[in-house]
Write a protein that binds this ligand. Structure first.
Ligand code: ADP
Ligand code: MG
Length: 327
């Protein structure tokens, strides 16, 4: 079973940033509104995430660490089978197979908080009482300590942290209602306070992208039939900025997609050279039955049933906004 976890881990846990992504997604699933992340040495040494979500009851702690479709996989030949399963229900199991994982949790209704610890191939999960506020903490230490080949592939502290930073940024741009804090080596580097319903979302965009982005961007808000496109676009300019922010969300999930890129590019090129830099944070909302999202969590692919219509809608929305801006 542990072998299966380690194989799956190769897919789910590529680097510290993938651990952070899975842990944040779990916290969001649990209804957390506050997520604090502490990283040591680019995540090589330690990744700690704390949330104020629903928590995990004592009896389910061990289960949370071991939930996986084990019996199906006995050797490497079955690797493909794992891949096709996707990794749902496998993240914690996979992470714990290649690190020392401590899961502490307290649901509101439970008086006592409990902690589960397990490391590497050792299947034993120990459960002990612990002091912990409502919510869950996951502590991942010594990532890949038992898989030296993978450990060797880790990049510098700085590079691994920049990947983590990017993961947090992407998710924070999709959940304005949740507060995120990100520390590295004891320093609080990112602070994204929650934006209330009445609050101004540009505050978070400013915190995540930059003041320049917020100042130079035009706001978009287009509707057509069941499609909606909202967000911000910094018009193309010849002045090279050192940072481009290009984020496109489809129903709240960040996507990188040829069709979308093409539509954006086409709209931009009406008004600029191909070389110009431009930035955007855009949110497309579309009926869920109009779109297939690739189940592979590492791919950000999407398939629209009415591809042409979506393409032209995005193009039109951006072209109109830019036309207004440049006239
Ligand atoms: P999945 O998220 O696909 O179910 P995971 O391995 O990521 O699989 O998590 C296993 C289970 O552990 C989750 O289904 C959930 O019940 C529980 N869990 C994990 N993290 C948290 C958290 N932060 N808060 C509450 N429950 C959690
Ligand atoms: Mg999960």
């Amino acid at each position: 079973a542990r072998l299966a976890n380690q194989i799956a881990a190769g897919e789910v846990v590529e680097r510290p940033a993938s651990v952070v992504k899975e842990l944040i997604e779990n916290s969001l699933d649990s209804g957390a509104t506050q997520i604090d992340i502490e990283i040591e040495k680019g995540g090589h040494k330690r990744i700690v995430l704390r949330d104020n979500g629903s928590g995990i009851v004592k009896d389910e702690l061990a289960l949370a660490l071991s939930r996986h479709a084990t019996s199906k996989i006995t050797c490497l030949d079955d690797l493909e089978a794992i891949c096709s399963l996707g990794f749902r229900g496998e993240a914690l199991a996979s992470i714990s197979s290649v690190a020392r994982l401590t899961l502490s949790s307290k649901p509101k209704a439970q008086q006592q908080a409990w902690q589960a610890h397990c490391e590497g191939r050792d299947m034993q999960v120990e459960i002990n009482p612990v002091a912990h506020p409502d919510g869950t903490s996951v502590d991942v230490a010594d990532l890949f300590f038992n898989t030296p080949a993978r450990r060797k592939f880790l990049k510098t502290e700085k590079t691994e942290f920049s990947h983590i930073d990017e993961v947090v940024r992407r998710i924070a741009l999709s959940r304005f209602d949740v507060s995120f804090n990100l520390k590295h080596n004891g320093k609080l580097l990112r602070k994204y306070p929650a934006i209330s319903e009445q609050g101004n979302p540009i505050k978070r965009v400013t915190a995540i992208c930059s003041k320049e982005f917020a100042q130079q961007s035009i706001e978009l808000n287009s509707q057509y039939q069941e499609f909606e496109l909202k967000g911000w676009l910094v018009p193309p300019s010849d002045i090279q900025t050192n940072s481009e922010f290009q984020y496109f969300y489809v129903n709240g999930r960040v996507m990188r997609d040829k069709l979308i890129n093409h539509a954006i590019r086409q709209a931009i090129e009406n008004f600029s050279d191909v070389e110009s830099s431009f930035s955007y944070v855009l949110y497309l909302t579309i009926n869920a039955d109009q779109v297939d999202v690739n189940v592979h969590p590492a791919k950000h692919e999407v398939r629209f049933h009415q591809a042409r219509l979506v393409h032209d809608f995005i193009y039109r929305a951006l072209a109109d906004a830019l036309k207004q801006y440049f006239e």
